[in-house]
Design a protein. Structure first.
Length: 356
């Protein structure tokens, strides 16, 4: 194996750090644009068209992570620092030894201790499901265990994160919070349940996890644009009373639920008592500005400090402008805690807000 310090990346900025950055398919240019706005300039090489890029940023790794924590990006689904770059073929020539060297190098560079620390290993590659990935993963896991770490799939303290592209292995050590996810590439998967009302349920499940929400702590929710009822069904499962509004029909399996009230109407035609709800969710898939207006009209029925989750459809070609316009409308009424494109969002993002 060639020495790990031999980084196969040309460095242009001083200081500089390198990253493998992943977004939802088709949105990497917006992730780049967000980074450009934070860092002024960057260099970028596409690893997977439209979704994964190798980037050089003009700041050291600590500074990049600090800035991203302060101002989380909307379109970065996953970020992995590149602490070492190795040729795949030289690693494979003696996998156990080179995995050991690589793991030591990553921990040394990150100034992190390995002893009794829960560590997960993620190996991704620009060729999906490459068969060699498993051998590499196993070797890295064994090397981390030999160094005193404990293998973990869930809730690791650190992730040894690798991206393989055209025979090169880009490796880094990262915490799940820094990476933005404890799933490889941020591609969080939920088990499809029997009788699940809609795939849209995954969006709210992911929002619950990503934003650290506990829906079981809420009492009364308003679900606007609720049909066929995936989001409603999740809130009912969490023990919440749900008022669902949608001119379209809810799934028959929900209709007799004792904690569900259903209004088969347009959101503009309903009104509720002041402060009736402590949670408002809206997944209308409609024009962002019209959606924002309808949600704002209904805000009197939400308590001060109540939580509001809204998906914003990104129309046409100017997502950043759309997001700016809509957040400006909402920000008069609510504190915007996060704006994020979740893995289960398609051409949309999710806003997490608190009513003033
Ligand atoms: C993406 S679906 C919602 C899926 C739902 N969250 C689920 O989990 O099953 C969008 C829904 O918004 C509804 N919708 C669109 N415009 C609306 C409006 N002005 N008022 C109420 N509902 C609306 C549509 O009828 C449609 O059922």
């Amino acid at each position: 194996m060639e020495p790990l310090h031999q980084i196969h990346l040309e460095q242009h900025f001083q200081p500089a750090s390198h990253w493998v950055i992943t977004s939802n398919h088709g949105f990497i240019s917006y992730a780049q644009e967000e980074l450009r706005r934070s860092f002024g300039q960057l260099k970028s090489r596409m690893l997977v068209s439209g979704e994964t890029a190798l980037m050089e940023l003009p700041a050291d790794a600590h500074e990049v992570l600090r800035l991203l924590e302060e101002q989380p990006a909307i379109f970065i689904r996953h970020i992995q620092p590149v602490h070492a770059v190795v040729e795949e073929s030289s690693m494979k020539a003696d996998l156990p030894a080179s995995a050991g060297l690589l793991v030591d190098k990553l921990f040394e560079q990150s100034e992190a201790a390995m002893e009794n620390i829960h560590v997960a290993v993620h190996v991704r590659s620009s060729v999906s499901n490459a068969p060699e990935d498993k051998a590499l993963r196993d070797a890295l896991r064994a090397a981390a265990e030999a160094g005193g770490a404990l293998s973990a799939v869930q809730n690791p303290a650190f992730i040894i994160s690798l991206f393989i592209h055209e025979g090169m292995v880009y490796a880094g050590l990262v915490t799940p919070a820094q990476a933005g996810s404890d799933w490889p590439g941020g591609a969080i998967r939920f088990q499809r349940e029997e009788g699940q009302v809609s795939r849209a349920k995954f969006k709210l499940l992911e929002a619950e996890r990503t934003f650290g929400l506990e829906f079981s702590a809420y009492r009364n929710a308003l679900d606007v644009g609720a049909a066929p009822g995936g989001w409603t069904s999740l809130l009912l499962e969490r023990g919440v009373h749900v008022t669902a509004v949608d001119p379209a029909k809810m799934h028959p399996s929900l209709m007799n639920h004792p904690r569900l009230s259903y209004f088969g109407k347009n959101a503009g035609e309903v009104a509720f008592e002041p402060y009736e709800f402590d949670l408002l969710v809206c997944d209308m898939s409609w024009s962002p500005k019209v959606t924002a207006k309808l949600v704002i009209q209904l805000l009197d029925s939400v308590i001060s400090g109540g939580t509001v989750i809204v998906t914003v459809k990104l129309m046409h070609k100017k997502p950043l402008q759309t997001i700016r316009d809509v957040t400006e409308m909402f920000s008069e009424h609510m504190q915007i805690l996060r704006a994020k494109q979740l893995f289960h969002n398609r051409d949309e993002i999710t806003l997490y807000m608190l009513k003033y």
